[in-house]
Design a protein around this ligand. Structure first.
Ligand SMILES: NC(=O)c1ccc[n+]([C@@H]2O[C@H](COP(=O)([O-])OP(=O)(O)OC[C@H]3O[C@@H](n4cnc5c(N)ncnc54)[C@H](O)[C@@H]3O)[C@@H](O)[C@H]2O)c1
Ligand SMILES: O=C(O)C(=O)C[C@]1(C(=O)O)C=C[C@@H](O)C=C1
Length: 369
């Protein structure tokens, strides 16, 4: 049994990213969403064609957590697929919904890719979103072997690593590694609402690293947290206790508790597996410091275009009020030399890309004027 035809239900960030990855592997992909605009945009991105009832091998349900059970029931009633899986960030509640709605659990493999972005919708989708990332699969004793095989095939076509775990273990685990961290990031980012312009002008990369996920959709996160409330509350209580102890240590001037927290933080961070820890894409990131004036980005793009280098990704870091910004240009490693030469030719100073085993090498290109 191989995966030749897939239906994606919910063509937002995750559904469209999976669709794009499957299209690259030659799978026929059909698209469905309650929002016709989301399907149109996904189609325009090359993610597949609109679903008009074709029967497929596997349906991937990529909708918010409370809608998964009902969608599964509807699709099974239409006999839309031989097997079904989903991507929602919690697992116990959607499975309970499916059971309550009388779904056939033998053809359903609950799933969850541990990959995402802080943006929603098909426009944010990318085919390489899942590369090297863990993708949890939570089959139950009654789940059929063929359904599991199809779900695993989808995961590997998306470039992710399947990880089999029970739904209960999954929810406890993601409370620690995903859901509580999201709330903690939001708490840090929420403080910035009170920050004055001077403070925000001094924001560096550390703050951006700690708060990136806080930009995620609050309505989606409310649904995720509601479905995993107690495990997340437990982790948050322990984080809050550490923060309270650190604050009182700072007030008393006895920094032992803070030092202990910092050391435990180093230990905890060291436990994040390298395999899934860093960005999974094999791009070189060239950092270019740009003058903040009209036409600078266009000049950079033009230099890349003339060198026949495709820019895979671009990220703009700009501190308000400063005369320069940093643009991070991601290119395929084999294009690094050509782009470096082109930037030098057009007046930027670019030091050699350092050797290293990290998946992403960073170099800096400084404006010469
Ligand atoms: N955002 C992430 O980083 C991330 C990562 C992993 C898993 N997930 C999970 O993936 C799922 C989708 O998240 P997303 O970030 O792609 O959200 P999104 O908002 O980008 O996309 C969700 C899409 O589902 C559609 N939709 C909503 N209800 C529907 C229904 N009943 N039937 C058909 N379509 C419906 C919406 O119109 C939207 O296009 C969620 O369950 C989320 O928990 C998200
Ligand atoms: O924005 C990201 O980078 C994410 O990977 C988001 C993230 C995560 O916590 O790892 C968030 C929720 C999802 O259920 C899966 C992935």
């Amino acid at each position: 049994m191989t995966l030749e035809r897939t239906l994606i239900v919910g063509t937002g960030l995750i559904g469209t990213s999976a669709a794009l990855a499957l299209r690259e592997k030659g799978v026929a992909v059909y698209l469905s969403d309650v929002d016709a605009h989301a399907v149109r945009l996904a189609r325009a991105l090359g993610a597949g064609q609109e679903w008009t009832g074709q029967r497929v091998d596997l349906a991937l349900i990529a909708v918010p957590p409370p809608s998964v059970g009902q969608r599964l029931a509807d699709l099974q009633q239409r006999r839309a697929a031989r097997a079904y899986t989903d991507v929602t960030s919690v697992k116990v509640d959607p499975i309970a919904d499916a059971e309550r709605l009388g779904c056939d659990l033998t053809s359903y493999v609950p799933g969850h890719p541990l990959a995402g972005r802080e943006r929603s919708g098909p426009a944010a989708a990318r085919a390489d979103l899942f590369l090297g990332r863990p993708w949890a699969l939570c089959p139950r004793p009654e789940t059929g072997a063929d359904a599991v095989r199809l779900a695993r095939e989808l995961v590997s076509m998306c470039g992710a690593e399947p990880y089999t775990v029970s739904a209960g273990e999954h929810d406890t685990a993601v409370a620690l590694v995903s859901h509580a961290p999201h709330v903690a990031a939001s708490a840090v980012a929420a403080r910035l609402r009170d920050g004055d312009d001077v403070a925000l002008a001094l924001a560096g990369q550390g703050l951006r690293d700690v708060t990136r996920i806080a930009a995620g959709d609050p309505l989606l996160w409310r649904m995720i947290l509601a479905a995993n409330a107690l495990p997340v509350a437990g982790v948050l209580e322990r984080i809050a206790a550490d923060l309270a102890a650190a604050a009182s240590a700072l007030r008393s001037g006895d920094l032992d508790d803070v030092t202990d927290l910092l050391r435990r933080g180093v230990d905890g961070h060291g436990r994040i597996p390298d395999k899934h820890g860093g960005p999974a894409r094999d791009y070189t990131v060239i950092q270019v410091v740009l003058q903040d004036r009209p036409g600078e980005l266009a000049r950079l793009f033009n230099a890349a275009g003339l060198a026949d280098v495709n820019i895979e990704d671009i990220r703009l870091e700009h501190s308000a009020g400063l005369p320069v910004g940093v643009v991070e240009v991601s290119v395929r490693p084999e294009d690094t030399g050509r782009l470096t030469e082109a930037l030098r030719f057009h007046g930027w100073h670019v030091p050699p890309v350092p050797d290293g085993n990290s998946r992403i090498d960073r170099t800096r290109a400084m404006v010469s004027d």
